[in-house]
Every structure is written in structure tokens, then in C-alpha cells.
Design a protein around this ligand. Structure first.
Ligand code: GTP
Ligand code: SPV
Ligand code: MN
Length: 600
């Protein structure tokens, strides 16, 4: 029975039922009993595996098809009436053509299956920044993940009200999980998302990338706010004041880790603390006081498992100790716990690897095979996180002092630098490039342009998106956050990381906050402001980060940067402008200025 009087919702759900023809329809109210029954059913059918309920209470395991382990960017579409509105960074098809193509694929696809109707809110219920979605799906795995990742259930309908049409219509079917028939399609002009033939993460938890980034970025452009691929963290200073920072890094480039960092001993002793507001997505809007405020639209973390351990990210690991779903990690059959590369140095002997084969984990990993898929993930409730911010549910969000861009760059990009102003900061965002990771299918380790870490997620023309950034800056004026760029991934000649990273990234946040408060000077270089010698605190890591290494970390190599700028001009001209991206003149002016600076 429907959970809402809202005729727009009911009409749409009826249409989806008529199309997909499920045997049964279940409206998800979000109650404990309903979720417990769904878990029991998923365990009974083998869709989910129950883990050790003493060591990992409430935790479940799920394995996806080996062909279905990451986002599929080549099968992701933005369908707008005009092709130019999708722009050069998106695959495009005419909406009518796409509906015509997909409708037969959805026709009867849920025959013999149950359709779950999931009402959910992105953002705290009642927040003026929150938005409602309704996802219909034939996957219990999706229901259980959406329960962790969103505010799911009846309350979302109460928030929508009985007449509003302002909800995102999300249709998902795993169908046959056929990679050839896999489509992840956004219709921004219809507030609709259609996803088929996948059962993995960002492809199917439609509130996440599809809604909270692709559709929301389009809405934000039209409504004067921003949807970004950013973490949100708060740094509490010894005087008790909390400064909030957002950071955009491409997929699997360190957002979760930075959002949950534990400051080095010296900082802890001085009274510094870090709080997590979000680890993947920020929705930001100008507040009444003129400042930029951010909420995390999500309610949990869909985090990369490999590399997560008590030392690298204690808070993330602690978040996974209860009520968590693990996807494509390895199982330790001795005690039904989980394992992944980088958790510790003891792969379980009696293991099941991510594809489901029973193996001797020690021999298996010694032979160079991976027990956990590199993009294996945990879905953990945000409330589990020991450092979750007291402002996590604040409907007004938190005021942002600084915005950071970053990526994986073995060379060229220094540890940290600051933009001259917002326009230059927007340019820096447009210039983010990063070595690819396992978060999307395709080659790993290839340098590619990923503007604002949003290449796979901008729901409209990237040129208009950059213009929107400039417009937001103009609107914010004096109140605009300062913009920085960081690179934790710079390497030496032998391929070793120069910077220890993780908790030690606090040292860079410290400089950033001091810059925001005009507490520290900087050196002006051709590309932006760089820390003065000695201004990045290395107390306690002097052996590791010697003055020579710090010089390398902060070096702005003229030759490399001249090449970098030439590549940016090529990117703007050939990849973007030549393919229908309208690049704002102000960004070309920044490019000209930096080029001239370097030629001096
Ligand atoms: P998505 O969820 O895909 O958007 O990714 P994310 O940006 O949240 O990435 P995450 O924090 O999960 O980091 C992924 C990988 O980056 C892991 O393998 C980490 O070990 C590594 N990583 C994170 N921070 C650092 C760092 O400071 N230094 C180094 N060297 N590696 C890091
Ligand atoms: C990313 O790839 O940026 C993720 C994981 O955060 S997914 O939700 O699968 O897109
Ligand atoms: Mn992400």
C-alpha cells in the first residue's frame, strides 16, 4: 500500500509498476521490523552473507558479479533536449531516443520479482537544503544500502508533502546484470534517473552520484547553489573555535581519509580536533549572513576498503564495526570476519576471495593476487564514526572557510598552494588532473583531466559549470572561501611518496587555516601562494620530511609548469571549446596571466 497521498508520487510509481510488472510491490517505511525481515530474506537467498554477529554486530557481506565492480563512465549518459546542454564531458543521447531505447528493456523486467519503493531524503529531514527522491528497485541490496546512505522511509514523504512534484524519480533494475545492457542515465530536465543491468554502488544507489551530484549540480546551477564531489570537515582549534573546510579530490584520492584524519600527537596535545561532516558530497548555498554553508546530503559512508587500517584511518575502520555492509572484500572463514589488502599484514589462510573462491590467503596474496577487489567498499552509518561532527544533522549546514582541490600527481603539483583569488581558484579547479583509480572501470594510473573532481558527475555543460563557479564567487564576494590546491601524492625519483600523508595532512590544514585568518605570510610564485620556508610544521617528522624533502614538495618547477600550462591551453581549446564547451573568458585570462608569469 502506498505510503503517501502525494498524487505525483503515486502516479509515477503506478507507471513504473505498469512498465516493469513486478509480482509484488513493497513500500519501504524504514521501520526496524521491515529492515530486519529484508535482511533475513537476503541472507536466506544467499544475496547477503551474515558475518560474525559478536565481532561485527549487524554486519553483512555482499559480492557483486565480477563484471560489475565499479562505476561505468562509458555507459553513463546525460539526456537533455539539446546536446550542447550536456557538453563535452558527458555522453549524450536525445531523451526521447533514450526512453525509446530503454523502455523495452524495462518492460516486464521485474516479472516474478518484488519492487521496493524507497522514499528518501538527501540532507537532514527538514533542512531547507534537503531534497527528496523516490527509488524503485528490484534489489534488496539497494534497499539496505540506501538505508545506510540516506534518510530513508516515511519521514521523507512527510517532508515532500502531499502535493509537491519536486522529487527525483529513480528507476533501477538489476535486470540480468548484463554489462552490454548496462545504462546509467540521467534526465535532468525530467528530474529522472534510469539505471539498468548493474547492482554496484554508484551505479545503483541512485541518491548518491546520479542524484546528489549529476541531477543536483544541474538543479544547483538553476537555483543558485552548488553540488560538489567534496568532503566536509571541521578543525577545532585550541581556543575552541571550529573552522570548516571542503575538499574535492577525484574518486579514491583521499576524501574519506582526510575527512576523518587524526591529528599528529603535537596537535592533539595543543588541543586540535578534527570532525567529519561528510566524506564524498557537499551541497553548498549562500546563507543569510552572506557566507557559504555546506551540508552533507548523505547519511553514511560508501568508502574504499583497501588501505583502510587502524593507523591510516582509525575512524573509518571504527565506523565499520557494526551495522555495515561490506562489498567485494575477502572473508576470513575461521571467524566470519572481513579482510582486505592493507588492513594488516596477515591475510587469512582460510579465506574466500572477492569472487567467491576458497583460497589460502597467504599463498594467494604472495602470488600477487588480490583477496579484495581494489574498489571493494564498506557502507557504514555516519553515526558510527567516532569523530562525526556535532553539526552533522544541522539543517543550516556549516560555514565554509576554505575550499581545497587535489588529485594524484607524481610530479609538478606542490604539496600545497593558494590561489590568488576566487577566479584563479576556479581556474585551479578546472585544471585538476589526476591518475585514474579503480573507482571506475578502465585503466588505472593514467593521468586525466578531472575538473573539480567532477568530470564523471557534472550534469550539464562543463563550460556553464565553470561559469556557475564564477557567478557563485561574485555573489559571495568578500565572504567567499579561500581556494587551495594540495597534492599528497608527489613522488621521488624512486617512486616513493615524498609526503607521509594521512594524519600528517593536518600540518597542511593548519597552514591553510592560518592563511584564511591572515596569520601567516606566503611566497608569491607564478602559480599562486606557496608556504614560506619553515611554515609547514614538521615537528615530530623531521627525520622523514627533511628541509631538502620539503623543498622538493613545495618546488614549482618552471619547465614542468610551462608544460602544464600548455597542456591546459590544449585541454581548454581542443577537448572543451572545440566540443561545445563555452569557456568563460575570465578563465582564459587566468591562463594567460600564469603563462606570462612563467615566461618572466
Ligand atoms: P571515493 O569514495 O571513491 O570518492 O574516494 P575518496 O576520495 O574518499 O578516497 P579514499 O579516502 O577512500 O582514499 C582512497 C585511497 O587513497 C586509499 O588507498 C588510501 O590509502 C589513499 N590515500 C588517502 N589519503 C592518502 C594520503 O594522504 N597519502 C597517500 N599516499 N595515500 C592516501
Ligand atoms: C566514487 O567513485 O567517487 C565513489 C564510489 O564515491 S561510487 O559511489 O561507486 O561512485
Ligand atoms: Mn566519490
Amino acid at each position: 500500500m502506498s505510503l503517501t497521498q502525494n498524487p505525483n508520487v503515486n502516479k509515477w510509481v503506478d507507471e513504473m509498476i505498469a512498465l516493469t510488472k513486478p509480482e509484488k510491490v513493497v513500500w519501504i517505511d524504514g521501520s526496524e521490523e521491515q529492515l530486519a525481515a529484508l535482511k533475513a530474506e537476503a541472507i536466506a537467498t544467499g544475496e547477503m552473507i551474515e558475518l560474525n554477529q559478536e565481532k561485527l554486530p549487524g554486519c553483512l557481506y555482499h559480492r557483486t558479479q565480477p563484471n560489475d565492480v565499479a562505476r561505468v563512465e562509458d555507459r553513463t549518459f546525460i539526456c537533455t533536449k539539446k546536446k550542447e546542454d550536456a557538453g563535452p564531458t558527458n555522453n549524450w543521447m536525445d531523451p526521447q531516443e533514450m526512453y525509446a531505447k530503454l523502455t523495452p528493456m524495462y518492460d516486464g523486467v521485474m516479472k516474478g520479482r518484488t519492487m521496493y519503493v524507497i522514499p528518501y531524503s538527501m540532507g537532514p529531514i527538514g533542512s531547507p537544503l534537503a531534497k527528496v527522491g523516490v527509488e524503485v528497485t528490484d534489489s534488496i541490496y539497494v534497499v539496505l544500502n540506501m538505508d545506510i546512505m540516506t534518510r530513508m522511509g516515511k519521514a521523507a514523504f512527510e517532508n515532500l508533502g502531499d502535493t509537491s512534484d519536486d522529487f527525483v524519480r529513480c528507476l533501477h533494475s538489476k535486470a540480468d546484470v548484463d554489462p552490454e545492457g548496462r545504462y546509467i542515465v540521467q534526465f535532468p530536465e525530467d528530474n529522472a534517473i534510469w539505471s539498468i543491468n548493474s547492482a554496484y554502488g554508484g551505479n545503483v544507489l541512485l541518491g548518491k552520484k546520479c542524484f546528489a551530484l549529476r541531477i543536483a549540480s544541474y538543479q544547483g546551477k538553476n537555483e543558485g547553489w552548488m553540488a560538489e564531489h567534496m568532503l566536509i570537515l571541521g578543525v577545532k582549534k585550541p581556543n575552541g573555535e571550529v573552522k570548516y573546510i571542503t575538499a574535492a579530490f577525484p574518486s579514491a584520492c583521499g576524501k574519506t581519509n582526510l575527512a576523518m584524519l587524526i591529528p599528529p600527537e603535537g596537535y592533539k596535545k595543543d588541543g586540535y580536533e578534527v570532525f567529519t561532516v561528510g566524506d564524498d558530497i557537499a551541497w553548498m548555498k549562500q546563507g543569510e549572513d552572506g557566507r557559504l554553508y555546506a551540508i552533507n546530503p548523505e547519511n553514511g559512508f560508501f568508502g574504499v576498503a583497501p588501505g583502510t587500517n587502524a593507523k591510516s584511518n582509525y575512524n573509518a575502520l571504527a565506523s565499520t564495526m557494526k551495522n555495515t555492509i561490506f562489498t567485494n572484500v575477502a572473508i576470513n572463514n575461521d571467524d566470519m570476519t572481513v579482510w582486505w589488502e592493507g588492513l594488516d599484514k596477515n591475510p587469512p589462510e582460510n579465506a574466500t576471495e572477492w569472487k567467491g573462491a576458497k583460497v589460502n590467503g597467504k599463498e594467494f596474496t604472495a602470488s600477487g593476487e588480490k583477496l579484495a577487489h581494489p574498489n571493494s567498499r564498506f557502507t557504514a552509518p555516519a553515526i558510527n564514526c567516532p569523530c562525526i561532527s556535532p553539526e552533522f544533522n544541522n539543517p543550516a549546514g556549516v560555514p565554509i572557510s576554505a575550499i581545497i582541490f587535489g588529485g594524484r600527481r607524481a610530479s609538478t603539483t606542490p604539496l600545497v598552494y593558494q590561489s590568488f583569488d576566487w577566479t584563479h581558484g576556479t581556474y585551479i579547479g578546472s585544471a585538476v588532473s589526476s591518475e585514474t583509480t579503480a573507482a571506475a572501470t578502465g585503466a588505472v594510473g593514467v593521468l586525466r583531466h578531472d575538473p573539480m573532481a567532477m568530470k564523471p558527475f557534472i550534469g550539464y555543460n562543463v563550460g556553464d559549470y565553470w561559469q556557475h563557479w564564477l557567478d557563485m564567487g561574485a555573489k559571495l564576494g568578500e565572504n567567499a572561501p579561500k581556494i587551495f590546491n594540495v597534492n599528497w601524492f608527489k613522488k621521488d625519483e624512486d617512486g616513493n611518496f615524498l609526503w607521509p600523508g594521512f594524519g600528517d595532512n593536518m600540518r597542511v590544514l593548519d597552514w591553510i587555516i592560518k592563511r584564511c585568518e591572515d596569520e601567516v605570510d606566503a611566497d608569491e610564485t607564478a602559480i599562486g601562494y606557496i608556504p614560506k620556508k619553515g611554515d609547514i610544521n614538521v615537528e615530530g617528522i623531521e627525520d622523514e620530511v627533511t628541509p631538502e624533502i620539503m623543498d622538493k614538495l613545495l618546488d614549482v618547477d618552471k619547465d614542468l609548469w610551462t608544460k602544464e600550462i600548455a597542456e591546459m591551453r590544449r585541454y581548454y581549446n581542443d577537448d572543451i571549446a572545440a566540443n561545445g564547451g563555452k569557456i568563460p573568458a575570465e578563465l582564459y585570462e587566468v591562463l594567460d596571466k600564469i603563462e606570462a608569469n612563467l615566461a618572466k
